[in-house]
Design a protein around this ligand. Structure first.
Ligand code: ZN
Length: 258
């Protein structure tokens, strides 16, 4: 029998904001929070590491919230740092509870016992996956599309990334392809397919597990985090993404897209 470590209070590991009835879109933000549960001593990390992209996707939640508001969509968001458990990774992946991310070693993850891993899987991953599955099941009659929202660092190994918005797909490329075929003329950001990451980096886990398996159209959107620092910027980016997404969805509903 596995007994939860009594000193760790995992708190709210997933938060669901319900939609108005009949929403066709579900928004997901796995890396919304950099919270480390009480009792984990910040995983041995500095404040700088906990504020960085290693611990979460800065700005992504604000965009996801604004998009959900603008589309009257439900939002499922993670409630702990991806360094505690990365909800966009399966339990067997080393990156689910990484010992190192970018320039940061994660002291508390360096010598995790099988029992400690299992506890995080049960307390974080399984709760998140169950809440997302429940949300999809409850809304399945109307639901057509799942959109996951992430953010990435403007530089990588000292080089500036030219891409500003990445449109990524997993096993089902239909929605990402439909979006890239119809980038709105007034879309103000550099948008590219499968940049700066792609499914080969293991980032399509949620898309495939919850989207493809449920027959939902699905797409992952990565936004360069220097573009979404303020609430105003987050709302602005959301307001540019929403018509693009709803336009692409309309293509499917009218039968113009496969
Ligand atoms: Zn992310």
């Amino acid at each position: 029998m596995i007994v939860a470590t009594p000193s760790i209070d995992f708190g709210e590991v997933v938060h669901v904001r319900p939609a108005a009835a009949g929403s066709k879109v579900l928004v997901v933000c796995e890396h919304a929070s950099n919270r480390v549960p009480t009792g984990m001593r910040d995983l041995g990390l500095s404040g700088e590491a906990l504020q960085s992209h290693a611990a979460w996707d800065p700005g992504a939640l604000g965009v996801a919230e604004a998009m959900a508001d603008q589309m009257s969509a439900a939002l499922v968001q993670g409630g702990v740092s991806r360094l505690v458990y990365d909800c966009n990774r399966p339990p067997e992946a080393p990156s689910a509870m990484p010992a190192r991310v970018e320039k940061y070693g994660i002291p508390a993850n360096e010598a995790l016992s099988a029992e400690m891993r299992r506890e995080r899987v049960m307390q974080v991953y399984e709760q998140f996956a169950a809440a997302l599955a429940r949300q999809i099941k409850d809304a399945r009659a109307e639901l057509k599309l799942m959109v996951t929202i992430h953010s990435f660092n403007p530089t990588f190994h000292g080089k500036v990334r030219g891409v500003e918005v990445g449109i990524l797909h997993g096993k089902d490329n239909r929605f990402a392809s439909a979006m890239m075929e119809k980038v709105p003329g007034d879309f103000p950001f550099v948008a590219r397919l499968n940049e700066p990451y792609s499914a080969a980096d293991g980032v399509a886990y949620t898309l495939d597990l919850h989207g493809v398996a449920n027959g939902l159209l699905n797409v992952m959107i990565e936004i360069r985090n220097d573009l979404i620092r303020s609430t105003e910027q987050q709302k602005e980016v959301a307001s540019k993404l929403v018509p693009w997404i709803t336009g692409a969805l309309a293509e499917f509903e009218s039968g113009k897209a496969p």
